[in-house]
Write a protein that binds this ligand. Structure first.
Ligand SMILES: *[C@@H]1O[C@H](CO)[C@@H](O)[C@H](O)[C@H]1NC(C)=O
Ligand SMILES: *[C@@H]1O[C@H](CO)[C@@H](O)[C@H](O)[C@H]1NC(C)=O
Ligand SMILES: *[C@@H]1O[C@H](CO)[C@@H](O)[C@H](O)[C@H]1NC(C)=O
Ligand SMILES: *[C@@H]1O[C@H](CO)[C@@H](O)[C@H](O)[C@H]1NC(C)=O
Ligand SMILES: *[C@@H]1O[C@H](CO)[C@@H](O)[C@H](O)[C@H]1NC(C)=O
Ligand SMILES: *[C@@H]1O[C@H](CO)[C@@H](O)[C@H](O)[C@H]1NC(C)=O
Ligand SMILES: *[C@@H]1O[C@H](CO)[C@@H](O)[C@H](O)[C@H]1NC(C)=O
Ligand SMILES: *[C@@H]1O[C@H](CO)[C@@H](O)[C@H](O)[C@H]1NC(C)=O
Ligand SMILES: *[C@@H]1O[C@H](CO)[C@@H](O)[C@H](O)[C@H]1NC(C)=O
Ligand SMILES: *[C@@H]1O[C@H](CO)[C@@H](O)[C@H](O)[C@H]1NC(C)=O
Ligand SMILES: *[C@@H]1O[C@H](CO)[C@@H](O)[C@H](O)[C@H]1NC(C)=O
Length: 629
């Protein structure tokens, strides 16, 4: 095997693949993909052993050319378009933990390394991005997202780690987990949060996420990536037993028929999943996970709504919920991304937005004087929704932060061409944004580029003029809101914003707007008990796109073959999601939101009661409304 890998580097990749597989005998003993196919066909099973998946993934050989082309494209994308290239070199600000890095230098090192197989390479590149804890910018692959892994034990933490749910032996529920694989349970979860969770720069937020199986794939119990070992040994201490005992659970791998149908050995796995033709690409990037979500609602019981003690005012399924509990209201916003926000012609969908207004009106009509805004586990979405909600809550403050981008040669060229050609829907289109100082539209590419330079990570580079969402857009939203409602009755001090710290991107925009410009109080729940402060938001970032969109946009502008520009990735099943603007706070002195630790004003912890009954948690949060910070 090794011999052929060394040889691959000297021939073209397409030939390599054919040759390498022509040499391999189809061997169901070592090719896990064949075993998976056989089980899928003969037993109609979509559940597989850890070993089957490991042997399937690891069967796909490392290919030097794929690796070097991948790193090359990543380098071009990040060098050309990533705003934090220099900032990422600075050590973490107090309150944050992440690895600072010289991105381009470290990519070069990665390019020189040798890997055991393609999976080894891909996972190393993934962790290169995970380490930055900036989840707008991630390396995504179809290739190794086919399976998701569970052990049927999920954990929760009320300062110590406890079993929340055990679908194999329910008598274990609520037992204390003292050790995992022989190590202190806290240490194991902490390390997982530190290394493998990437959704926040705040370790406390990552700790919450590690224990939260709603976010399947980011948590300790539900994984999107091949776990390190075939099983986990939990040491439990239960009230009914005097002595501790061990429970060993194997990881079970899940997938979905639409993916399982695509391959019958590792060769067809590679051609139909890792590098499927554009027409034949899998539609979902993590279908195994989606299947778990659907098939196992039982493991997602934590924090479900208990009907006692609360009145449902309005539910917009999978988006917004309005409740009344005793004398206060709750508005829960689950996401900033909703398919119906645009109508079939891709226009602003009035019906969708009037429905949001209706929820607030219905809540107003109950007469509640205080409101808990629960934005827990909200991973963001569109700035249209955050601007709309910010304006609905606070009609007098401008609902846009200030943005800019790093001016590089590729960025300059792309924006200049876009100004000339004015192609709609292009990533580089700035028509909806205006000068942050004057609110006047930019008249030319040079007008937008301006003359700012900043020193970050000891490197001085040019950055564009700061810009905001165009006033025309804001006026439209304001008028729309005024057409359907009078201002809401609540003042900023009547609200409290509750999160578990996982309120990212467009969600963070709503919160930071409420905090910075309206002095709304915030409260965070969970985290690590020994760390006093916990963020209320994560990854405020900026605008995000991906490599496919960038390449398409460059192509439409006719500049993709310019030598400065990134080339396509060597496999169709890989891409990079990419942040391409920065966001500044409105507070003085002005700072980059992404790099500023923003702890909540108040803190709550999970306990035996509120972890299972969210109305208790909401009551606890409501008790802080109006308190001095
Ligand atoms: C549980 O397993 C661990 C190793 O995973 C071992 O160190 C420990 O002694 C075992 N405990 C019990 C109670 O069997
Ligand atoms: C395996 O799949 C390939 C293409 O997907 C197909 O051509 C081939 O006949 C299949 N082989 C078996 C043994 O089913
Ligand atoms: C991946 O597929 C493309 C066509 O979609 C092909 O040109 C390329 O050679 C394939 N790459 C490998 C490594 O097989
Ligand atoms: C483990 O959990 C999955 C998903 O909930 C379920 O399908 C499976 O039956 C469980 N396994 C056992 C042994 O209970
Ligand atoms: C949940 O808490 C509320 C108080 O906030 C209480 O009225 C209700 O009975 C509780 N539900 C359960 C199932 O314990
Ligand atoms: C500025 O741009 C916005 C968005 O493209 C547009 O609606 C508005 O008419 C423009 N304003 C002026 C004065 O050109
Ligand atoms: C750009 O900034 C530099 C230093 O701040 C200044 O000397 C120069 O005149 C400026 N150029 C323009 C075109 O504004
Ligand atoms: C910037 O330069 C200073 C002084 O040479 C040095 O101490 C510091 O480590 C450098 N910072 C970075 C991020 O390279
Ligand atoms: C608001 O209502 C007026 C009068 O009906 C209408 O002309 C206008 O287009 C509406 N504005 C929006 C943004 O819907
Ligand atoms: C880029 O592609 C265009 C056609 O799409 C071609 O005319 C031009 O010569 C190419 N430039 C380079 C540098 O390859
Ligand atoms: C913000 O609210 C706090 C009470 O939560 C109050 O003490 C403070 O004065 C307010 N600050 C401003 C600028 O309104």
């Amino acid at each position: 095997m090794k011999f052929y890998i060394a040889f691959f580097a000297f021939v073209f990749s397409s030939i390599v693949i054919v040759q390498s597989y022509a040499i391999l005998r189809e061997d169901p003993v070592s090719d896990g993909c064949i075993r998976i196919h056989n089980k899928f066909v003969s037993k109609k099973s979509n559940k597989f052993s850890y070993e089957d998946v490991k042997d399937c993934y690891e069967r796909i050989p490392f290919d030097d050319l794929i690796a070097s082309k991948t790193i090359e494209t990543l380098t071009r994308l990040l060098d050309g378009f990533y705003p934090f290239l220099d900032k990422a070199k600075e050590p973490p600000q107090s309150g944050f933990s992440f690895k600072s890095k010289d991105i381009l230098a470290e990519l070069k090192l990665l390019q020189k390394k040798s890997f055991q197989n393609l999976y080894d390479f891909i996972i190393n590149v993934k962790y290169f991005f995970y380490d930055m804890k900036e989840p707008h910018t991630l390396f995504i692959t179809d290739c190794f997202s086919t399976f998701a892994f569970i052990t049927n034990i999920t954990l929760y933490s009320i300062v110590k780690d406890d079993v929340f749910d055990d679908t194999i032996d329910p008598s274990n529920i609520d037992c204390e987990v003292t050790h995992i694989n022989g190590h202190q349970a806290f240490e194991v979860i902490y390390k997982f949060a530190q290394d493998s969770v990437y959704l926040s720069r705040d370790i406390g937020v990552r700790f919450n996420t590690a224990l939260d199986h709603k976010h399947s794939g980011y948590s300790f119990s539900v994984r999107a990536e091949l776990p390190e070992t075939p099983n986990i040994v939990y040491t439990l201490k239960c009230y009914k037993h005097t002595r501790s005992f061990n429970v060993t659970r194997n990881w079970v791998a899940f997938s979905t028929p639409s993916l399982l149908k695509r391959f019958n050995n590792s060769r067809t796995y590679f051609t139909n999943i890792c590098n499927a033709t554009e027409e034949n690409k899998p539609t979902s990037y993590s279908s195994g996970l989606q299947d778990i979500k659907i098939s196992s609602n039982s493991i997602h019981r934590i924090m479900t709504i208990q009907p006692e003690g609360l009145t449902i005012i309005k539910i917009i399924e999978d988006f917004m919920e309005f409740y009344k509990i005793k004398d206060f209201g709750v508005v829960r916003i689950l996401t900033m991304q909703y398919p119906e926000m645009y109508d079939e012609n891709d226009n602003f969908n009035s019906a969708f937005f009037t429905n949001i207004i209706q929820g607030f009106k219905d809540l107003t009509n109950t007469g509640v004087k205080k409101v808990v805004l629960d934005l827990t586990d909200n991973l963001g979405g569109y700035d249209l929704i955050s601007a709309f909600i910010s304006l609905l809550l606070f009609s007098n403050t401008y609902p846009s932060f200030e943005f800019d981008f790093r001016i590089t040669e590729p960025m300059k060229l792309a924006i200049t061409e876009q100004f000339k050609l004015a192609i709609p829907e292009n990533v580089f289109d700035m028509a909806d944004y205006a000068d942050a100082k004057t609110y006047i539209n930019f008249t030319s590419a040079n007008d937008l580029f301006g003359n700012n330079s900043f020193t970050r990570g000891n490197i001085t580079e040019h950055y564009s003029k700061k810009f905001v969402i165009s006033n025309a857009y804001v006026e439209f939203l304001k008028e729309f809101i005024q057409n359907f409602t009078t201002p809401l009755p609540w003042k900023p001090e009547d609200y409290i914003i509750l999160t578990n710290g996982l309120c990212g991107s467009a969600c963070a925009m709503i919160v930071e707007h409420a905090v910075e410009l309206n002095n709304v109080s915030t409260i965070s729940i969970g985290g690590i008990a020994s760390i006093p402060l916990l963020s209320c938001t994560s990854f405020p970032g900026g605008f995000v796109t991906d490599s496919d969109e960038i390449l398409d946009s460059l192509n439409i502008l006719g500049i993709q073959n310019n030598t400065l520009m990134p080339k396509n990735f060597p496999l169709t099943g890989i891409r990079l999601t990419l942040l391409y603007t920065e966001t500044y706070s409105n507070r003085k002195p002005v700072k980059l939101l992404e790099y500023e630790f923003r702890p909540a004003d108040f803190r709550l912890f999970y306990d035996e009661k509120n972890i299972k009954n969210i109305s208790i948690l909401w009551s606890q949060a409501a008790a802080f409304i109006g308190k001095k910070k």
